[in-house]
Ligand binder design. Sequence first.
Ligand code: PLP
Length: 407
Amino acid sequence: SESRKGVGGGSNHFRGRVCCSTMYCIWFGHLYSLLKWTLKKFSSDSEVSFHVANLDDLHQKHIRWLRTLPRVKPFYAVKCNSTPAVIRMLSTLGTGFDCASKGEIELVLSLGVTPEKIIFAHTTKPQSHIKYASTRGISACHTRAKLVLRIAVDDSKSATRLSQKFGTKPSVVKKLLERCKELDLEVIGVSFHVGSGCTDSLAYRQAIEDARHVFDTVLLGFQMRLLDIGGGFPGKEGFQIQFDEFSKVINEALDEFFPADSGVQVIAEPGRYYVDSAFTLAVNVFAKKVVMDDNDRVMMYYISDGVFGSLNCLIYDPAHTNVAPYLHRVVESGEKRYRSIIWGPTCDSLDRVTATYWMPEVQVGDWLLIDNMGAYTVCCSSDFNCFYKAHVYPVLSAQTWNMFNLS
Ligand code: PLP
């Protein structure tokens, strides 16, 4: 199979025959450069950047989840990437959905997801959103709602810490549960989030043990039956080793603190895990300047996406503070590389994609590719300066198409 890559990596190369339906592109046969094909098809008369969303990758991730964390039912965190094709694919695969707002609930319902597949798990909710959820039969947070107590846990080993903003400290748990009792509210479980971009499997173990303490504290007649272990799982290419390690620790902690016969249902809210590696971004080089630094040529490129668009992750996502663009052509090993400063398209000098990056010279009109662009990218993108947001082109294999009867 073809796996010749441009500089800096890249693995989304496919071999096959491709056809397009209105919603998806489907490819047939072996790996072929689908990305190349997509580039040719969608880039010929435009410089607008675009993502290729490989839905087969979601399928592979889901299979791995089911195999590795069999006791934990995933509710995909919609905030991470709410592209309709992603939601549809995950719905077909059978995940649930973790929604954080009325808008996210409306979106997943409009794509055919049924209310019992939705948890409304954001810790703070505007009243109007709670009322809306109640009218749609989502039984979280209204008078007949089933409540889950979010606890603050050690998130010090995560890129994005969440327990500073959300979660109850152990000292307050009892008081809070007593108040719920007074208000006749039904508390059914405990949730936590170890922080997004977690790097330490032991954070999950400690948090599961903390949750056990809360279950043990509840002597108030609540029927505690749900544990929600949140998100934080890795999803970039090469995620497997870390994910397997996390899963081993989680499975052991669950067996110790919440054994299968405890009757406690375990769920999670993975976001990054499902989508990170599925998206590849293609950006167009639309302007170029060569500057001299001492006697060295330094290349400055201006590309069609930047930190106000899909690459906002460079600013907002501490788990994604650098990217490695690579060329959309084979790079010979001896080819000279230049220090390259890559700028986004807007008039703001904050809009810088790389400061010191070594790559072969490219020309105006060339395309660069960036892998692992599925998590917290398109969802936070703006059209500052009225530059177009990147399009998303979902693709999937004929095999997957046929397997799920997706016509
Ligand atoms: N659940 C909640 C409540 C979150 O706040 C987040 C992310 O911020 C997630 C799930 C998804 O986390 P991740 O993308 O790290 O899996």
